[in-house]
Design a protein around this ligand. Structure first.
Ligand code: RBF
Length: 175
């Protein structure tokens, strides 16, 4: 990560957060049987902020877009917190692994580790949250686990592919 002027950084974080909020409105379910899980591409903006400026700024983009989406549309605090958790557990390992060498190999390894970590963590979080959210038994939640795992694997693999395609071009703007 290069040193960026504070004004550039703050302005870019603002623009990225606004774009991410807009992208979150595109959300749609991937699996009709688990339609509380909705794909939206907004985490790509937070991940880009993580690559360009660092993890604290990525978390800032996640926080701002989730807060704005909560106020403007969702009002479902559980859904927003789960969305934030998924973004967090994807972005942090991805950026940390990429930083080891900052080349294409560590970038791709980073995406793989990020997808695996967030898929695993979200399985555990959903096992805790879904029984209360849907007022169903723990046994019934188990039926959802394959859908939850597939959802997170697909969501964050798609985000990784888009990020891998656009990252260099976006980073060049800041060099
Ligand atoms: N979003 C994810 O990216 N991964 C998840 O595992 C996940 N689990 C969720 C579980 C529940 C019970 C709810 C209500 C939401 C969950 N979300 C998850 C967030 C969801 O996909 C969507 O982004 C938010 O509900 C905002 O509309």
């Amino acid at each position: 990560m290069k040193k960026h002027a504070t004004a550039t950084r703050i302005a870019t974080i603002g623009i990225m957060s606004a774009l991410a909020t807009g992208l979150m409105f595109l959300e749609f379910p991937i699996f009709p049987v688990a339609n509380f899980l909705k794909y939206d591409p907004s985490d790509i903006l937070a991940l880009l902020a993580g690559f360009i400026f660092g993890i604290p700024d990525a978390i800032l983009v996640l926080l701002i877009k989730d807060l704005l989406f909560y106020i403007l549309k969702s009002a479902d605090i559980v859904g927003i917190l789960m969305n934030f958790a998924a973004g967090f557990f994807f972005i942090v390992p991805t950026v940390l692994v990429y930083r080891i060498r900052k080349n294409r190999a560590t970038e791709i390894l980073g995406y793989a580790v990020g997808v695996l970590v967030t898929t695993g963590v979200m399985l555990v979080l959903n096992m805790i949250v879904v029984p209360f959210y849907w007022k169903i038994s723990f046994g019934e939640v188990v039926k959802f686990l394959p859908w939850i795992a597939a959802f997170n694997a697909i969501k964050f693999s798609a985000d990784s592919i888009v990020n891998a395609l656009v990252r260099r071009r976006i980073e060049k703007i800041f060099e």
